[in-house]
Design a protein around this ligand. Sequence first.
Ligand SMILES: NC(=O)c1ccc[n+]([C@@H]2O[C@H](COP(=O)([O-])OP(=O)(O)OC[C@H]3O[C@@H](n4cnc5c(N)ncnc54)[C@H](OP(=O)(O)O)[C@@H]3O)[C@@H](O)[C@H]2O)c1
Length: 320
Amino acid sequence: MAHKAKIATVFGGTGFLGKQVVHRLAARGVTVKIATRVPERANFLKTCGAVGQIVPVQCDYSDARSIHQAVKGSDFVVNCVGILFERRKRARFEYLHVDLPAIIAKACADEGVSRFTHVSALGCDTGISKYAQTKYDGENAVRANFPDAIILRPSVMFGQGDNFFNKFAELSRFMPFLPLIGGGKTRFQPVYVGDVAEVVSKGLFVGSSEFLGQTYQLGGPDIVTFRGIYEKLFKYTARPKKLISVPFRIAKLKAAFLKFWPNPILTPDQVDDLKTDNVVDDKAQGIDVFEIHPKSMDLILPGYLETYKFGGRFAVEQSA
Ligand SMILES: NC(=O)c1ccc[n+]([C@@H]2O[C@H](COP(=O)([O-])OP(=O)(O)OC[C@H]3O[C@@H](n4cnc5c(N)ncnc54)[C@H](OP(=O)(O)O)[C@@H]3O)[C@@H](O)[C@H]2O)c1
């Protein structure tokens, strides 16, 4: 007898991580429902599966019935929805990081979903920013409604289209200097987005129940300071810039103005986020549990940061 294809609902499947998750699930033959506010934005993902395998479904995140509808009939659910900064009414940390995951988790329990993976953030248990604290509250809300959820806490994720290296690379195009917030000493353990997507996929598929109800901290092979991040950036964009140390206090003051930009480069909450290191705890369960060897920044960054070089991607060949 033929096996029935599994069905998964991915919330935030149009996002940076979500689309990688959709790709991996599609490759495993899963029928993927992408629950999104704007289904048209998910159409580009249809080509990563067979005809009819990837199905964008409209979801109103403020309506529990709409969320239940998106979850109904699925074997697996993944929640990749998250924001970096708030917008007065449209995007609140408390709602999107705490209430929404709770509603999704409850829908998973009510609809008999077998596995639910929720994406949180590394350092959420120690961070002092509202982003971190709401991520932590969101984990607890998920556990209360779906105790077997697999919770993932990635460090900052890098890869084509990221909002981290690309943001600084973009700034370095026109800024004569770049700010070293808090002296640039904050430590990160950046992890490749494709490796995190692979963790999501394995967590849903591996037959045994060893991953259920666990929380994993996901970091890459390298620990770097904020200054070290800039050094990598300059190496692969070949656009070295002067670095100016900006104390947290001053950065927060500037961010209080910058936060009004449509897509702010820095908010006061992000300054708070930089006050604590973002590295995997020695005692935590990590990416190795999934038998994944995380890819290094040096392997992945050149593939997309070289487009920021003077003359673009082919500048090296021309000058060689
Ligand atoms: N990127 C990182 O470095 C990083 C690091 C640690 C943890 N995380 C966490 O990992 C998850 C995935 O991150 P990501 O970088 O892939 O996120 P993303 O691309 O910025 O956004 C993911 C999804 O969130 C939804 N979303 C975005 N803004 C929204 C808003 N204002 N209101 C309602 N929904 C909104 C969108 O879904 P639709 O438009 O399809 O509705 C989007 O596809 C998030 O929970 C994030 O907090 C990310």
